[in-house]
Design a protein around this ligand. Structure first.
Ligand code: PLP
Length: 228
């Protein structure tokens, strides 16, 4: 078994242990393997183990990779979504994690209707108001949520965040808690289900799972560090 496959199995084990620690079921959170920058050949051993869900953030690179791999895979777009690329993105990806404005959500919904697709969407929240990051501010999300919740073609899955960088994984915990609290608030204020939380990456996915994550996005802990 190659190193990536071993890493992958170890991550799954840690994911399941974190779920048990948190008193959650083994199926309550799943692993999205972040394969950006890695070639199709790097993904094949994981496909052979039965893994299906991969995350990519660069459209061109992903398009090339997707054509080389089995059709049964499930592709998630985790990068920033440019409005003029929505049509192409929806052609390849069933789930989008970086929906960061009302305008973008509307555009996704209307193009999805044209092409009869039902994309799952996560609303990205920039909890620490970091200028370097995309995402709704919590205030903007509270303001725009009612309209987003009315969109009918896109399937609103939940919220996504990337916490600010910290010195230790534990520093991510309060941000994961804030995302969950915001989800609970929106859910009860609007009576709209937001079943999913996309949070947790290589360094902090176990903490994210303890705080309610339903999908962790893990790249470097499986493939090694990406080329600069
Ligand atoms: C690259 C990326 C990841 C994976 O990060 P790792 O630290 O390599 O696990 C997760 N989420 C997003 C949005 C990313 O861009």
């Amino acid at each position: 078994m190659n190193t990536c496959s071993e890493n992958y199995r170890l991550i799954l084990k840690h994911l399941h242990r974190a779920l048990l620690r948190a008193g959650r079921a083994e199926t309550d959170a799943r692993l999205l393997v972040v394969s950006k920058t890695w070639p199709a050949d790097a993904l094949r051993p994981l496909c052979d183990l039965g893994h299906r869900a991969f995350g990519e953030s660069r459209l061109q690179e992903a398009e090339e990779k997707i054509t080389l791999l089995p059709r049964a895979l499930e592709w998630h777009f985790i990068g920033h979504i440019q409005k003029n690329k929505v049509r192409r993105i929806l052609g390849h990806f069933g789930i989008l994690h970086g929906v960061d404005s009302l305008d973008l959500a509307r555009r996704i919904d209307s193009i999805a209707r044209e092409i009869s697709s039902r994309p799952g969407i996560f609303l990205e929240v920039n909890l620490a108001a970091e200028p370097s990051k995309d995402g709704f501010s919590p205030e903007a999300l509270r303001r725009d949520f009612a309209e987003i919740a009315m969109l009918r073609q896109a399937r609103l899955l939940g919220l996504m965040t990337i916490p600010p960088p910290g010195d230790s994984p534990e520093q991510a915990r309060p941000w994961f808690r804030k995302l969950k609290a915001l989800r609970d608030e929106l859910q009860s204020a609007h009576g709209v289900p937001l079943p999913e939380l996309s949070m947790g990456m290589s360094d902090d996915f176990e903490i994210a799972v303890e705080e309610g994550s339903t999908i962790v996005r893990v790249g470097s802990a499986i493939f090694g560090s990406r080329p600069a």
